[in-house]
Design a protein around this ligand. Structure first.
Ligand code: ZN
Length: 370
């Protein structure tokens, strides 16, 4: 909600499988098989949440990580590995509990065969001792479309669509929100506010009554207040396709009956959407059991992480929700925090913890909601 100045970018892709060709050359992002020219079958829809390398705010990237089923760690073969942001991204994936990772060794068309091998060894060395030690490394030239079919094949194999939990009510973290109306549209032609995110569990249907919590920040007199929102799902879209329902996998845009002014410019980013009456009440105070990294991530020099102390202000990513919070109690590996603004948090949920360092929030550890 605050401190988010870089927007998350995302793109959707259809995955086609050619029935006549052998893996890994039978996968493509277009219906026409690039191998034999035959017609591929649509097997899956995937979405990419972009987390660009330099100067990205860690907290923005972590918001996106909340809806990721896996990560592609893109490393340029023409640069020494790891770059500081590469380390930062790897730790972020680890801390957000992403267990499926594929390393994309990009720009192989720009370097010699020797450098590709050297870069491969740097990558393997970098991953050694991390949970991603055995992650596949695929050499690619995105520019020249070399090995893109192999990459799609590996995504299919290592990052399958997550299991769908239809026994639970639908839940969707909101990572974007928009007003899709063109300026000057007549009031009677206005379309309701749109929220974008990924359904993590359950099935969301057109016609569902939903709550969006904690809600929208509004000014009442001189004070700022957060008002919970209730609305109806009017439409669900994946790219240009209209859907009647959405479940886990892929980013969708959900049309609502809300005043579009409420959703304009990512105003509802960080909220949680769920069936009416099923979401936990937003919390103003939070207790976390935490553990810290040995060193601050994302800076060139080796900086040790000092223990957390009462009175200090931290940044938290609770799913797609960003909050700053003050430590009001610390004992052992447990802290109690006062949030700057209420947030929806579930028992056992993973929270990324950042601390201000050199004028930026830097990842220092993670906690679970107690
Ligand atoms: Zn084919």
């Amino acid at each position: 909600m605050r401190n988010i100045t870089i927007k998350l970018g995302y793109a959707n892709m259809d995955v086609y499988k050619c029935p006549s060709c052998e893996p890994p050359y039978n996968f493509s992002s277009s219906p026409k098989c690039p191998n034999c020219g035959g017609k591929g079958e649509l097997v899956r829809k995937i979405s990419f949440v972009d987390a660009p390398g330099h100067e990205i705010l860690m907290t923005t990237m972590l918001s996106g990580a909340a809806v990721m089923d896996g990560a592609l760690l893109v490393i340029s073969a023409d640069e020494k590995c790891p770059q500081p942001q590469t380390r930062e991204h790897l730790y972020a994936a680890m801390i957000m509990g992403i267990d499926k990772l594929i390393v994309v060794q990009n720009k192989i068309d720009l370097v010699t065969r020797e450098r590709i091998l050297e870069s491969y060894h740097e990558i393997k060395e970098f991953l050694r001792g991390t949970p991603y030690e055995d992650a596949p490394v695929v050499p690619v030239s995105a520019q020249r479309r070399v090995n893109v079919d192999v990459l799609i094949y590996l995504i299919e194999k290592y990052i399958p669509t997550p299991p769908r939990r239809f026994d639970l009510p639908p839940l969707m973290p909101v990572i974007r929100s928009f007003d899709v109306n063109k300026p000057g549209t007549n009031v009677e032609d206005l379309v309701g506010g749109v929220v974008g995110g990924s359904v993590l569990r359950g099935l969301l249907r057109v016609g569902d009554e939903v709550d969006i919590l904690p809600g929208a920040e509004v000014t009442v007199g001189k004070r700022k207040e957060v008002t919970p929102l209730s609305t109806e799902v009017r439409s669900i879209r994946f790219d240009s396709q209209s859907l009647e329902e959405a479940s886990a996998g892929g980013l969708v845009a959900v049309g609502t009956s809300l005043d579009p002014a409420l959703t304009k410019g990512d105003r509802l980013q960080g909220n949680v959407l769920g069936r009416s009456g099923t979401l936990p009440a937003p919390l103003q105070r939070l207790t976390l059991d935490y553990s810290l990294l040995d060193r601050v991530v994302g800076v060139d020099e080796m900086v040790e992480v000092k223990p957390l102390a009462t009175g200090e202000t931290l940044a938290l990513n609770i799913g797609a929700t960003f909050r700053t919070a003050k430590i009001i109690g610390a004992r052992g590996t447990r802290i109690e925090l006062e949030l700057d603004s209420p947030a929806v948090a579930e028992h056992g949920q993973r929270v990324a913890i950042s601390r201000r360092f050199q004028r930026r929030w830097r990842l220092v550890g993670h906690g679970t909601v107690s």
